[in-house]
Design a protein around this ligand. Structure first.
Ligand code: SF4
Length: 351
């Protein structure tokens, strides 16, 4: 049996070429694309296409479509956390966040993660597979469909690749997703409104710098020295700070974009005066920004966040040392918006 082509992972011109190879007029690609972005997920519903064409498309192509397994809405703000079932029964999580500048979605790039960061719930449920470009895109489409039932003008303006998975461990598919989501025939989201988060896969950071896409790179740093970072993030043994930091500096030089370093403050572990001093030494004198986050206290780790006062004290130490440091606003605090927790729960239920 020949495998059907998954249509949402294609660029419009690739779809046009495949249609033309089958003797179908190229302009049909535009019509099909327009239906996708109006939320239609079956060829049968594309009523401006001739009926026999719809059957031919159905025989040769598939359209990615998720089932919404769960949606948890915060009572404190507009944050919503979604759990979707993929066509093979895998689960992914996505989060919708509301800001003054518009709606942002935090997307997953893999079903699970193999990076093993000690503070993260995503890694505990294991790694199943990479997501296809269409499966990353469909998270935005599924959220848009759900929200438009209440607000027909709903539109996602920002994308953060910070959900389940390490985006640069699924490099080719993520790169294609970035180019697809930016297309004017699709969601038309500007590269400047996209952030990609990595735990520090140095060769891929260098590859991404060569792509010349002005996306913001956000690096999960969490420790200012190798001994501590090794104990929290196994990736550091492979790519220690002496390789990671120069790759980040080169990314900044090449793209002109400042890097954002994520630093989850863990009480008594990485919030000491010594850590503040080391962080200042590591990041002073070049274009970057430190984003401080109270660590997510999950059931799986023994890490604890400090008090608000301790968080502010750490921030002011960094600022006195000349760094640009902010504290990330916590949204959806009542629904534990940290990634991986719904998927992990579902995995336990499947048992
Ligand atoms: S923090 Fe990111 S890279 Fe690390 S285990 Fe979790 S999902 Fe993977």
């Amino acid at each position: 049996m020949t495998q059907k082509t998954e249509i949402l992972s294609l660029f419009p011109e690739e779809l046009r070429d495949l249609l033309q190879e089958r003797g179908i007029a190229g302009y049909r690609a535009g019509q099909i694309y327009a239906w996708f972005y109006r939320g239609i997920r079956s060829f049968e519903e594309m009523t401006d296409l001739p009926r026999d064409l719809r059957s031919r498309l159905d025989a040769d192509f598939t359209i990615e479509s998720f089932r919404e397994e769960a949606c948890v809405a915060s009572r404190l703000d507009e944050t919503r956390k979604y759990l979707f079932t993929l066509s093979d029964g895998e689960y992914v999580e996505s989060v919708l966040l509301s800001y003054k500048h518009g709606y942002s979605v935090c997307l997953s790039t893999q079903a699970g993660c193999r990076m093993g960061c000690r503070f993260c719930a995503s890694t505990g449920a294991g790694f199943s597979r990479n997501l296809r470009p269409s499966e990353i895109l469909e998270q935005i489409a599924a959220i848009t469909r759900e929200r438009r039932r209440e607000d027909p003008s709903f539109r996602v303006s920002h994308v953060v690749l910070m959900g389940i998975g390490e985006p640069l461990d699924n490099y080719e598919n993520v790169l294609r997703f970035l180019k697809l989501v930016n297309r004017k025939e699709g969601f038309g989201i500007s590269f400047r409104n996209i952030s990609l988060s990595t735990c520090g896969l140095v060769p891929r950071i260098r590859d991404l710098a060569k792509e010349d896409l002005p996306v913001t790179l956000s690096v999960s740093l969490h420790a200012p020295n190798d001994a501590l970072r090794d104990s929290m993030m196994p990736v550091n043994k492979r790519y220690p700070l002496e390789e990671l930091i120069p790759a980040c500096r080169d990314y900044t030089r090449k793209t002109g974009r400042r890097i954002s370093f994520e630093y989850a403050l863990i009480h008594g572990v990485n919030d000491t005066d010594r850590c503040a001093g080391e962080l200042i030494a590591l990041l002073s004198g070049w274009m970057n920004h430190v984003n401080l986050i109270p660590v997510n206290e999950t059931d799986e780790t023994a890490y604890h966040a400090g008090t608000r006062k301790e968080l502010l004290a750490f921030q002011s130490k960094l600022e006195r040392g000349g760094l640009n440091a902010t504290i990330r606003r916590t949204l959806g605090a009542d629904i534990a918006a940290a990634c991986g927790q719904l998927r992990r729960k579902k995995g336990t239920e499947k048992g």
